[in-house]
Ligand binder design. Structure first.
Ligand code: ADP
Ligand code: MG
Length: 712
């Protein structure tokens, strides 16, 4: 074990009272180093500078009191309820002596683990009530508690009492109190050895506290720090750390943007022939919005610098054809284009679509994805490297190192929100400075757009193709499922097609597909024996996926039972009905994406949500929102409200960097501020040396810190 002060890079297991077992627990939250631990910040604080006194308590008050256990154990109430009961006396310095009871329901573990003993000092925090069973005594029901060490810490040097105490989210068996002790040790061990991380010009200009001081204060605030300010995350230490997280990402994106803007790009030309070809592929009249965004894209592609553009548009707004028009511009100029999609099914579908609309122009089109046969892959790679293949569609397989392009001029990334920030650039390294177009159907509030896409120019398709009638959405109880199926039967008899979606939310390796398969068997055998029913899920062999998709497109399969793999991109206009099983289990955004699969043709479309009766209030609200709203932006906003930022952003859906203290919803103003500072820092640095040094540091810490692809 090193004797010198620990640096932030020291592995956390060398910290006092950690060791291998706890290190492993900490690693489950990506805490590997002392620095990681210091950035594990409290989510809340408790003012224990003034503890409550039992004698002064009034019912209804929420407060912390310091007590000593007199007796404890399980009891049975008169109504036969089993509860854990604890009697204790106030031992705070002020006015000891008052008696209080605490009760926990369903807390057999308290008994089993012998959590309390008489004489034990405990901090209990909760709401005080008058005891309904006792004779007017005070009681706390289900209070939070913290055991104090037996040594009888004096209030002064205690980490628990007599201060504003940091409350951490527990990690496994590491309680807030244990974490408090570990962080305290980390601060003590690295004392004086926490190097500054923000550029000094930024630090001075914004009058931020130094990093060492900020880290100390964020865990153990000075006594004078008002708790309300801490609770709003507006104390200067908190603000500095939040700013820092945003600043790092914003600088990375600004560097990226600057690099793209300076690089000499592939300056494409628009001749009459190119214009003709772009028009010729159109299967329909483009909407005004489609024409406008194509102009924006073409302006970028004909400029001397590479394009980096985000094309945003609600699901079904018609982004694909615009992207393909851009591809035609590249190919007609003698170059290649590549389209990367997040799932094999979407890549396959793009491939089939491209074959249909682009092959008539004489282009060679190839599909590259994990599931292809080795020989096919080799042949395609050769074609890409020699330039005989003009357009490549594919999944992540496209960014593998052995894939080379002869003359790649345009990279298109579809459903960008499924990829990480900066990951979108990987494919652009296959050529020197190709144009980049990323597309997303996920409507995002402005703040998130800044954090995610600060390096991109924006184009928005804000108009739906004509002849779309809104999808009618209905909720069915499970016992009425039969009716829902009958409705589907009617539609399919009339020549239309249907999706039946089963909720396997994440398609992972561990996933149990049996329920979906069973459901498929049931539907094809018992429910719709007269129809041709197909099954699609992420783990089918690639050939089979392709053939199922193709048969559904061709109308051979009438009812497609599917997992959520169809959530992104699948496009079969004759499919006008979607029945979603266990709809209460899906998120709102996801249901919106799923529903986007129908309502794609002129026929009226119907979405039937079959939901369990025991669904929660929030689940119910989600379903009702879908019945009422069609617009993706509105739905995203309601989603955000219903779920709260934690959950909304917690899913890796967004490809957001994992912020440790910053919160995109709460800290919008700090984000905008950090973005302004970052842009200025990169565009007009106070000194080039400072910028260079900061960029170096950012690069070296980036991967560890954000788990993202590299910067600049
Ligand atoms: P998304 O933006 O979700 O990727 P798509 O590009 O898949 O949407 O388009 C959705 C459907 O709308 C497709 O069937 C497409 O052929 C059709 N479509 C797109 N633009 C138009 C248009 N201008 N007129 C008619 N249909 C269109
Ligand atoms: Mg799409």
């Amino acid at each position: 074990m090193p004797l010198t002060p620990l640096s932030l890079e020291t592995e956390v297991q060398y910290l006092k009272s950690v060791g291998p077992a706890r290190a492993q627990t900490l690693a489950s939250r990506s805490i590997h180093t002392v620095g990681d631990l210091l950035y594990y910040t409290p989510f809340r604080y408790e003012d224990r500078t003034r503890l409550g006194r039992v004698r002064d308590l009034v019912p209804g008050q929420a407060i912390t009191v310091l007590v000593k256990v007199i007796s404890c154990g399980p009891v049975r109430t008169r109504s036969g309820l089993y509860i854990y009961d604890l009697a204790a006396v106030d031992v705070s310095a002020g006015a000891p002596g008052g008696l209080i009871r605490c009760r926990w329901f369903n807390a057999a573990y308290l008994e089993k683990n012998r959590v309390f003993r008489s004489g034990q000092r405990v901090l209990v925090y909760g709401k005080v009530e008058r005891d309904r069973y006792g004779n007017g005594n005070l009681v706390m029901v289900q209070p939070k508690f913290e055991l104090l060490s037996a040594s009888g810490e004096s209030a002064k040097d205690s980490l628990e009492v007599g201060r504003v105490a940091p409350i951490y989210e527990a990690i496994g068996n590491l309680t807030p109190a244990v974490l408090r002790r570990l962080v305290w040790n980390a601060l003590a061990a690295s004392d004086g050895d926490i190097p500054e991380s923000l550029p000094s010009s930024i630090l001075k200009k914004n009058k931020f506290p130094a990093r060492a001081q900020a880290l100390r204060q964020v865990h153990f605030p000075d006594a004078g720090q008002p708790i309300e300010v801490l609770e709003r995350f507006q104390a200067s230490a908190q603000v500095r750390l939040i700013f820092e997280e945003f600043f790092n990402v914003a600088v990375a994106l600004a560097l990226k943007r600057r690099r793209m803007k300076w690089l000499p790009g592939i300056e494409l030309r628009i001749s009459d022939e190119v214009r003709q070809a772009v028009k010729r592929i159109l299967p329909f009249h483009p909407t005004g919005a489609q024409k406008r965004v194509l102009k924006e894209i073409v302006a970028d592609m004909t400029s001397p610098h590479p394009m980096s553009r985000l094309l945003q548009g609600d699901v079904g707004s018609g982004k694909t054809i615009v992207a393909l028009q851009a591809a035609v511009v590249a190919i007609e100029n003698g170059y290649q284009a590549a389209v990367m999609a997040p799932t094999e099914i979407l890549a396959t579908q793009h491939y089939l679509y491209c074959k249909r609309v682009l092959e008539p122009l004489g282009y060679n089109i190839g599909l590259l994805s994990g599931g292809r046969k080795a020989r096919e892959k080799e042949k395609l790679k050769e074609g890409l490297a020699s330039g005989t293949v003009h357009l490549a569609l594919g999944t992540h397989a496209l960014i593998e190192p052995d894939v080379e392009f002869a003359r790649l001029a345009l990279v298109i990334v579809d459903e960008q929100h499924r990829f990480g920030v900066l990951q979108r650039y990987k494919l652009t390294r296959k050529a020197s400075a190709p144009h980049l177009l990323v597309m997303t159907a996920t409507p995002i509030p402005r703040t998130y757009a800044l954090a995610l896409y600060g390096d991109l120019d924006f184009s928005v398709i804000d108009e739906m193709p004509p002849n779309r009638s809104p999808v009618t959405t209905r909720i069915f109880a499970e016992r009425d499922r039969k009716q829902a199926f009958e409705f589907v039967r009617g539609k399919v008899r009339g020549g239309e097609q249907a999706y039946v979606v089963y909720p396997l939310v994440e398609e992972s390796v561990k996933l149990d597909l049996r329920p979906a398969v069973r459901m498929f068997e049931q539907i094809s055998r018992d429910v719709f024996p007269e129809f041709r029913v197909g099954l699609l899920h992420g783990r089918l062999p690639r050939d089979e996926k392709e053939s199922v998709m193709q048969r559904f497109k061709a109308g051979e399969i009438q009812v497609l039972v599917s997992t959520t793999v169809i959530e992104v991109g699948v496009d079969v206009p004759n499919a006008t009905v979607m029945l979603v099983e266990h709809a209460e289990r899906f998120g709102l955004a996801q249901l919106h994406q799923l529903r986007g699969r129908i309502g794609r043709g002129p026929g009226k479309s119907f979405c039937l949500l079959v939901a369990g009766d025991s669904r929660s209030e929030v689940a119910d609200e989600r379903l009702r929102t879908l019945v009422e709203a069609q617009d993706g932006f509105r739905i995203a906003e309601i989603d955000l409200k219903l779920r709260g930022p934690g959950e909304f952003l917690g899913t890796h859906q967004w490809g957001l960097p994992a912020f440790r203290i910053a919160n995109l919803l709460r800290d919008q103003e700090i984000l905008e501020w950090a973005k302004r500072e970052a842009d200025e820092f990169v565009e007009r640095p106070a000194s080039q040396e400072e910028l260079a040094a900061f960029t170096r540091a950012l690069r070296s810490g980036w991967k560890h810190r954000y788990g993202l692809a590299q910067v600049g």
